[in-house]
Design a protein around this ligand. Structure first.
Ligand code: NAG
Ligand code: NAG
Ligand code: NAG
Length: 220
């Protein structure tokens, strides 16, 4: 058994042993642009191994961590923080929002958004970790070049009517309300970007992408 398989089994056993139904990690959905803007580190990488480690040696109650070994293909954000990134860390407990990597394909590339804490990049099940190939062309473009321009704008999720925004730097995220899914048009294709006036509005990255003339699909 390689370390990857071993790490995964260890994580699975620990979960079986420790998670009760009352303990749960709950996350609020985030638009990929929000995830990008809030993340300190945004990379494309392959997962090549996992081991259970203790990050701290202070007390016996320190919880375990999973150390994922990765091979970085590309750094989109966090150049200033990352020197030689080889490992990502996540709590071993799912109830603490530990991320469990299910794919065993070491060739598969993932976009991973994490945060640098105490010199280590942490990831969680609430974070944005997706196979690169599953992103829409617009989302790839967002991560590579567009989302960063919208980090002064705020994307506000709309859960039920009426929804409102508090000012002209906010964009209302209505995918859930309109499509009953957080992965609809605004998530797949739009970025919330400032106009020259400073007002933030949804803009289609499809339009920016294509040289062919596209009809803008109205979102609202
Ligand atoms: C805990 O770790 C620190 C450095 O990280 C080390 O200096 C110290 O000796 C360690 N303490 C024990 C009890 O292992
Ligand atoms: C693993 O991932 C690579 C790259 O995404 C893909 O080409 C390959 O088919 C995958 N292999 C398996 C067994 O799924
Ligand atoms: C965001 O706002 C800050 C302060 O107002 C400004 O310095 C910065 O250039 C803005 N960033 C973008 C991407 O517009």
């Amino acid at each position: 058994m390689d370390t990857f398989t071993y790490g995964f089994l260890a994580a699975a056993l620990l979960l079986l042993a420790s998670s009760g139904p009352s303990e749960a990690c709950s996350c609020f959905p985030a638009h990929p642009q929000t995830a990008y803007c809030n993340g300190g580190v945004v990379i494309k990488a392959r997962f090549v191994g996992a081991t259970k480690v203790n990050l701290n040696n202070r007390t016996s109650e320190e919880l375990g961590w999973i150390q994922y070994e990765i091979k970085v293909g590309k750094i989109f954000k966090g150049f200033d923080l990352i020197t030689d990134l080889q490992f990502l860390y996540t709590p071993s407990e799912e109830s603490l929002c530990g991320y469990t990597h299910l794919s065993t394909n070491k060739s598969e590339e993932f976009v991973i958004i994490g945060n640098m804490i105490d010199g280590k990049v942490r990831i969680s099940s609430c974070g944005f970790i997706r196979p690169w190939d599953e992103l829409s062309a617009s989302q790839k473009r967002g991560i590579m070049q567009i989302y960063k321009n919208g980090c002064n704008c705020t994307i506000v999720p709309c859960l039920s009517m009426p929804c409102s925004i508090n000012g002209d730097t906010e964009c209302l995220w209505t995918d859930r309300l309109i499509s009953r899914s957080w992965k609809a048009y605004q998530t797949q294709h739009n970025a919330c970007l400032p106009q020259s006036s400073g007002t933030c509005t949804w803009q289609s990255m499809k339009l920016r992408a294509a040289s062919t003339t596209l009809k803008s699909s109205a979102v609202l």
